[in-house]
Design a protein around this ligand. Structure first.
Ligand SMILES: Nc1nc2c(c(=O)[nH]1)N[C@H]1C(S)=C(S)[C@@H](COP(=O)(O)OP(=O)(O)OC[C@H]3O[C@@H](n4cnc5c(=O)[nH]c(N)nc54)[C@H](O)[C@@H]3O)O[C@H]1N2
Ligand SMILES: Nc1nc2c(c(=O)[nH]1)N[C@H]1C(S)=C(S)[C@@H](COP(=O)(O)OP(=O)(O)OC[C@H]3O[C@@H](n4cnc5c(=O)[nH]c(N)nc54)[C@H](O)[C@@H]3O)O[C@H]1N2
Ligand SMILES: [Mo]
Length: 674
């Protein structure tokens, strides 16, 4: 992102943001939401001074205090809790602006030295990570820039137009060159409607579809025997496993036709090279990890890794070799082994963890809006005996519960290094303007807190620039990393060949060095060594009784104009989204007497929320769609989709199951807005 600045009254003011035309992947285009970054940065709601709570928790009433007062009090409160048991202090963070310096660098040093609980950062990607690790050994895949040469592109559980615009541009190129595009998605998303074919399966059934494809490929002999012999492990066992997944059975599991399974397998062999863009939408059900394993077997089976424009892309983050010792300083734990808290079950943990959570320090995240089973999360955050500090840009749903809100800088105001997960360039974040108000970078806030706590190690004095210079190990694809080069150019390509084909010659990062259809490592852990279909927790087969009461599956994928809950308070973007909406199929609406535009109530045993019905066949029968993640306080009823989602975790990776959720929908009782 290029930022144009002007001097006004001696201060730098950002007046324009634009994509960097020199950057090979993004080629000068910004996605909709980020193109509004100035509106967000200069938003009247920015928190510009430390704030101390004066109202009830959740009310969002605060008084301005000085940094000195806030930090002294926070340090004293944390020290008192740490004297009892430092594990009662829990950090809560996710990606925020996605940078390594403003992410965990200084924060983890601080919490390690303190001996605080560790946080298992599972909210997004760990089911897929473990699925890929089991099969490929690392998170690496097809270069996004190669997709324009593919002849078949499968969008598997991803609405690329909304969430991955730069890959979509490449797919458009491929389409112009005659490629076929297929979307696998329960919902006719912006992306699905622009593909040649849309396979609208039931949520959480992707594993069965992938195994069904493998079944047809093997049955027809549409497999690369040479590649399989040289670069895979466990083909015979895998072939036996997929024997049970004939297209008829798969069709009935997925709620599609056997013809769709057959034609997908046919195309996958005959249209070469074929690339799969596998993403997060299909990981958010119980079987998410196994589904990723099953899909990850397909390129090896059909020999698509041989071509740079074939294969699969979930994430490239494994190529970026973090220098974790230097970044996070785990030695500061000094032999202590604090407990680990899973961020996806923060609702239960705030209410029941033992030892209890006495303090929560939140940064780069908005758990009251984004974590599942929100009622419990909110009750937890409202605990009078919980001490909560939130580092934020805005008074989010979470910040409203804080004892202290500390003003953080945005990416226009601080130094950072971004480790991407969809392309092959390290990105340098140079500050364009001075921090607004009294905002400070996260790193500096933790530095100052460390000093207040009497932590004297040198690593607490390291500057952001010095951290940035040493984030990566000088090995593998980051061997060439040079902060000065990245900083001057804005980005630096990983040390990889131009036509990068990660597994053309095998070279998988598994213990066997092969693509593991069969995983001895999982077998050792007592897990299924072969990928299998794991049915959703909440579905007609796994829980018929529940499905009787709550017959509709709800999914709540990202809205185009929001980034999770970030940007929801930016007016132009919120206006573009309108109001929270529930897309529902005409048959499901008719059965409930629901008309387009009606206010409806979505509910299950965990909770309920209200929105406006959009009667449309974009939602398949049996599935309702609530594009997300709304700030609760910007919705009429003060709630969002996470009222109904559950804290149950995926088969692999301990990740949330946001899209494994049954509900019922009814016309909302007529009452004035809350
Ligand atoms: N505009 C925008 N961009 C974003 C984000 C955002 O919030 N907004 N979030 C960022 C983040 S944190 C992430 S993790 C990524 C997410 O990136 P993706 O995972 O690619 O998310 P989406 O693009 O919403 O695509 C998810 C799609 O999966 C579908 N889906 C839901 N359940 C299932 C299922 O069981 N099977 C299949 N096959 N499909 C299913 C949904 O209908 C939706 O169309 O995007 C990143 N980019
Ligand atoms: N129902 C449902 N729930 C979901 C999902 C879904 O699809 N459906 N998606 C899930 C996914 S994929 C993810 S990744 C999570 C995301 O959940 P979160 O990680 O909580 O992401 P955001 O909602 O974007 O909130 C990030 C917050 O960090 C703040 N921030 C940004 N940069 C900085 C910074 O430099 N310093 C500080 N202190 N703060 C900063 C922003 O203002 C914002 O409020 O949500 C999950 N929740
Ligand atoms: Mo995410």
């Amino acid at each position: 992102m290029l930022v144009t600045v002007e001097k006004r009254d001696g201060k730098r003011v950002a007046v324009r943001v634009a994509g960097d035309p020199e950057h090979p992947t993004t080629a000068g285009s910004l996605c909709t939401k980020v193109s509004r970054y100035l509106e967000r940065t200069y938003h009247a709601g920015r928190v510009l001074h430390p704030l101390k709570r004066i109202g009830r928790k959740g009310e969002g009433r605060f008084a301005r205090v000085s940094w000195g007062e806030a930090l002294d009090d926070i340090a004293a409160r944390l020290a008192r809790i740490a004297a009892v048991d430092p594990q009662r202090i829990v950090p809560y963070s996710y990606c925020g602006t996605m940078g390594l310096v403003q992410g965990e660098a200084m924060a983890s040093r601080f919490f390690h030295k303190l001996g605080a609980s560790l946080l298992d950062r599972t909210i997004c990607a760990t089911a897929g990570t473990e699925g890929l690790h089991a099969t490929l050994g690392l998170r690496a895949g097809t270069d996004v820039e190669q997709f324009e040469h593919s002849k078949l592109i499968v969008f598997w559980g991803t609405n690329a137009i909304a969430s991955n615009l730069h890959l979509w541009s490449r797919a458009q190129q491929a389409k112009r060159r005659g490629a076929k595009l297929v979307a696998i998605d329960p919902y006719r998303s912006l992306t699905a409607e622009k593909c040649h074919q849309h396979i609208a399966l039931l949520p959480g059934t992707d594993g069965a579809l992938a195994l069904g494809m493998a079944h047809v490929l093997i049955r027809e002999g549409w497999i690369d025997r040479d590649y399989i012999a040289r670069h895979t492990l466990g083909f015979d066992a895998f072939a036996e496993r997929v024997g049970a997944y004939d297209p008829q059975r798969v069709a009935s599991i997925c709620g599609i036709t056997a013809g769709e399974v057959e034609s997908l397998a046919y195309d996958y062999w005959h249209l070469r090279p074929a690339a799969i863009r596998l993403n997060y939408g299909m990981q958010r059900a119980r079987g998410g990890g196994n589904a990723v394993r099953a899909v990850a077997c397909l390129p090896a089976l059909a020999g698509h890794w041989r071509d740079p424009a074939g294969g699969l892309l979930l994430s490239t983050s494994g190529l970026f070799q973090l220098d974790a010792e230097h970044l996070y300083h785990p030695e500061l734990l000094g032999g202590r082994r604090p407990r680990t808290v899973n961020m996806s079950t923060i609702g239960d943990d705030l209410l029941h963890a033992n030892p209890p959570i006495d303090a929560l320090v939140v940064y780069n995240s908005n758990p009251v809006a984004v974590a599942p089973e929100s009622r419990k999360v909110a009750v937890g955050f409202a605990r009078e005996d919980l001490f909560t500090v939130v580092l934020e840009h805005f008074l989010t749903d979470t910040a409203d519960y804080a004892d202290y809100v500390l003003p953080a800088t945005t990416q226009l105001e601080h130094v950072d290094v971004v480790k991407p997960y969809g392309h092959l360039y390290v990105v340098a974040n140079n500050p364009a303007i001075e921090p607004l108000g009294e905002a400070l970078p996260n790193s500096e806030i933790f530095r100052r807190l460390a000093s207040r706590m009497g932590f004297t190690e040198d690593c607490f004095r390291e500057s952001d620039e010095d951290i940035a210079a040493r984030v990566f190990r000088k090995s593998g694809a980051t061997a060439n990393y040079d902060w000065q080069i990245a900083k001057a150019q804005g980005w630096q390509r990983l040390d990889l060949p131009a036509a990068y084909a990660p597994f053309a010659e095998g070279g998988f990062a598994t213990p066997s060095g092969k693509c593991e259809f069969y995983s001895p490592r999982l077998a050792e852990q007592g897990l299924d060594p072969l990928p299998d279909y794991v049915a959703p927790y909440e579905g007609p087969t796994s829980n018929p009784q529940l499905a009787g009461r709550y017959p509709l599956a709800i999914i709540s994928p990202p809205a185009r104009n929001f980034l999770n809950s970030t940007f929801v308070n930016v007016k132009s973007l919120r206006d573009a989204e309108g109001e929270p909406q529930l897309e529902i199929h005409p048959d499901d609406a008719a059965a409930r007497g629901i008309a387009d535009g009606d206010r409806v109530r979505v509910f299950n045993d965990r909770g309920s929320f209200e929105l406006a019905a959009r009667v449309t066949d974009r939602a398949r029968r049996g599935v309702v769609v609530a594009l997300s993640i709304w700030w609760k306080k910007l919705a009429r009823d003060g709630r969002n989709a996470n009222e109904v989602t559950s804290q149950a975790l995926t088969d692999l990776g301990r990740a949330p199951t946001f899209y494994d959720c049954l509900v019922e929908v009814e016309r909302a009782p007529n009452r004035p807005p809350a």
